[in-house]
Write a protein that binds this ligand. Structure first.
Ligand SMILES: [Zn+2]
Length: 405
């Protein structure tokens, strides 16, 4: 595996500046393309799985986090509050409280449950020594988050579906889970005290994991302060583990925010909150993908998907037309002309680009392209339109194969 910090800089994906601060990377255009594509992917699979997307502000009143319990259990990871016209505002350490308020904003019926509220939203963690130059320990985080408000009877199904969504995303993205962990509390003081709640929530997650057939380890001391969780761990090249995805059962915040729904019996009931993240933070997910692929991303994620290489100046207009055709089909394509060196040098420079379209005199005359694939395969000349159509189809299908037979 590769080091995403080194590669990220070499490939021009992201960078940092001491004047912005440690742990606060910015995304360069090629990195932004990968991030955007990943975000679109996640929104798409969530939409199909019945999630509704919202946006909520990245800060809120201190009181909001006092109610949620973050203020008393999680303050070490939060930024200090800002005074604003007599009120204290804090950068949010998580999205849950905002989503709880969205749930509470109107009367809810059992018919609306499970209500799956999703957001790719910003949150903040006051890492004292954010590592300069990396995406894995950052102080401003873009989280792929969702909260499912459901009845107690629906929790197991929702947690199971969330695990399936995680497994599916890992297949699509080429991510391997190093290990599944059932994270439970220990005796420390950072957890809310409610033994019955912990037992119930832990039993639910244990049941889901046992039924799913995945191997897991139960680990004490890694739970969220409000409930136990299933963590999906990934490993970097040095074998260091980090949590990417998570499914959590929370009986605490619904009580703190006094969330209710009207049941089939006409009575008022308390929903459960299932917190889940499929790819975790966008920063960590991209860092991992950079390390997994070493910059040779699958076609649909690649910053540049096709490079048009005219052999000589005479074929430049055809190459330009090919690029335009690609762009009109929604592909990311670039022209690299003879002024950038010999054909061999340009092919080498484009070695991470999935599709390299060479256009010589013969191809230009017949409106064809000779495709070279990143894996070294050379395809017989194809009509340009057909080549572009096929690549567009492969990209739309988000496959990992460059050119299936
Ligand atoms: Zn949450």
């Amino acid at each position: 595996m590769y080091d995403h910090r080194k590669l990220g800089r070499e490939l021009g994906l992201f960078d940092t500046d001491p004047l912005i601060g440690a742990g606060l990377p910015y995304w360069l255009p090629d990195g932004a393309v990968i991030r955007h594509t990943l975000e679109e992917y996640i929104r798409d699979v969530e939409r199909r799985a019945g999630y509704r997307h919202v946006y909520s502000p990245v800060l809120g009143k201190r009181e909001l986090y006092e109610i949620s319990g973050h203020w008393s259990h999680y303050a070490d990871d939060m930024y200090p509050p800002m005074d604003l016209g007599g009120e204290q505002m804090v950068l949010r350490p998580s999205l849950c409280p905002h989503h709880a308020l969205i749930y509470r904003s109107r009367a809810r019926s059992y018919r609306e449950l499970p209500l799956r509220v999703a957001e790719l939203g910003g949150m903040f963690r006051s890492e004292l020594s954010g590592v300069l130059g990396g995406l894995t320990r950052v102080r401003a985080i873009q989280l792929n988050d969702a909260h499912i408000f459901c009845s107690l009877e629906q929790v197991a199904d929702e947690a199971r579906s969330a695990l399936e969504l995680i497994a599916r995303a890992y297949r699509d993205l080429g991510i391997h889970a190093a290990r599944y962990r059932l994270s439970l509390p220990d005796e420390g003081g950072k957890y809310v005290a409610d033994p019955a709640m912990w037992r119930r929530a832990s039993a639910l997650l244990t049941e889901v994991l046992d039924a799913s057939g995945v191997r897991y380890e139960a680990v004490r001391g890694e739970a969220a302060f409000y409930g136990p969780k299933i963590d999906v761990q990934i490993a970097d090249g040095a074998g260091r583990e980090a949590t990417l995805s998570t499914v959590q059962v929370d009986l605490h915040q619904p009580a703190r925010f006094d969330l209710r729904y009207v049941g089939a019996d006409g009575g008022r009931h308390r929903p459960v909150m299932v917190h889940r993240s499929v790819i975790g933070s966008v920063e960590r997910a991209v860092a991992h993908l950079v390390e997994v692929y070493g910059g040779a991303f699958p076609g649909w994620l690649a910053p540049v998907q096709l490079v048009a290489l005219p052999v000589s100046e005479a074929e430049v207009p055809r190459a330009r037309a090919l690029v335009e055709r690609c762009v009109q089909r929604g592909l990311r394509a670039e022209l690299v002309g003879p002024e950038d060196g010999s054909l061999g040098a340009r092919v080498r420079a484009a070695r991470l680009v999935p599709y390299q379209a060479v256009i010589g005199a013969r191809e230009a005359a017949g409106d064809e392209v000779a495709l070279r694939l990143r894996d070294g395969r050379r395809l017989p000349a194809l009509p340009a339109g057909r080549a572009v159509d096929r690549i567009a189809e492969l990209v739309a299908a988000r496959g990992t194969e460059l050119w299936p037979d």
